[in-house]
Write a protein that binds this ligand. Sequence first.
Ligand code: AMP
Ligand code: MG
Length: 414
Amino acid sequence: MPTPDRLSVRQAQERILASLQKTVLKTEKIRLSQALGRILAEDLLSPSDVPAFNSAAMDGFAFRGASMDLAKAQSLKVVGHSYAGHPFMGKLAEGECIGIMTGAVVPDECDTVIQQEDARFSEEPSIRIPAGTVAVGDNIRPIGENLKKDTLLLRSGTRLKPQHLGLLASVGLDDIPVFRKLSVAVFSTGDELCPIGKPLEAGRIYDSNRIILIGLLKQMGCNVQDMGIIEDSPEKLEKALKEAAQKADAIITSGGVSVGAADYTKQVMAKLGGIDFWSVRMRPGRPMAFGKILSGNRETLLFGLPGNPVAAMISFLFFVRNALLVLMGTTPQYPQPITAISSTDIRKKTGRTEYQRGFTHFQDRSLHVSLTGNQGSGIIQSLTDADCIICLPEEQGNVKAGEPVSIYLLDSLL
Ligand code: AMP
Ligand code: MG
């Protein structure tokens, strides 16, 4: 097997994105209440003006101000009320007003609302408006103030969060075009792996990668096909990859891609399609396989991640996630780092990107970051203790306490 390419992180990210076609997923229409986390498949325009009527912005009194001299004190007779959801049904004459609540319909003939606190109660059922307290047009939310009919609400490719659903609800849309969920098959490779729930025999370890990867995929809104643990056997691996390629849009495996490891994985992957083995200049997570499995007339993307759990998760976050987002129909965005001040010295070799696990705290009006203990690529606790990943670029050497570093908040990657 030839020596794998040595790529920088950015080169690997770009090669992955360059090899993807925009999604070919089918679309479907679903109820708004089911749409959280789904990806919009069309641009959505507002079907109406919001609000659809002039409404009061304050509790107070609505009246016909245009014909009055509001620079002078005025007196108005209260002839009724407009409550939110219960409009005033009559007509107001000059010199009359109605009590009105926030969000209630302002009658067509009214042009002004005075806030309750500014009005003075005189003899029932009248109010007094002190000179100069209110101007014509005050405290009214006009029709279409929030949104005009046909305004672009959300673009195709938007991943729907609660606030997006709220916007669509505010215009009454309930038939939402979204992409079908991306289907991703996941399996772990390695003779040493034991599934959770089974007693651990000597020399074996529990499979922790699969549950991490499945969790990450579920959080992204993928349909996961859990294919369990596959032994280091060429036949079993070939069978698993063919089966996965038939039923999924993408396959994620972990283990078996490092140089000198049980090498069948690489041979089998290479046999089944166009797979490249890369050595990425990064830590943790150097080895990676990327390419396509060809099965019948289907091409299924394959990401072969490293076996160590921290390496597998970091590789997922910085390589796989963006690629899946593209396949799911969204626009890829590299996650944005932010700057924090390192609280400690950090040892770092030049010539590779390092993703160290850290936790942040805010002090003296700036963000500081400390390392989470042992940074070994098998130490999952370095991730559970962390709220961020410190990203030290290739050219960076040792970091001194007090120097700025780039970090990615973990929540921004999930
Ligand atoms: P490999 O690349 O297959 O040689 O795996 C590298 C290291 O990661 C070895 O120590 C494996 O035992 C470990 N490893 C591989 N797969 C998993 C897994 N699914 N869960 C936990 N550790 C794993
Ligand atoms: Mg292995």
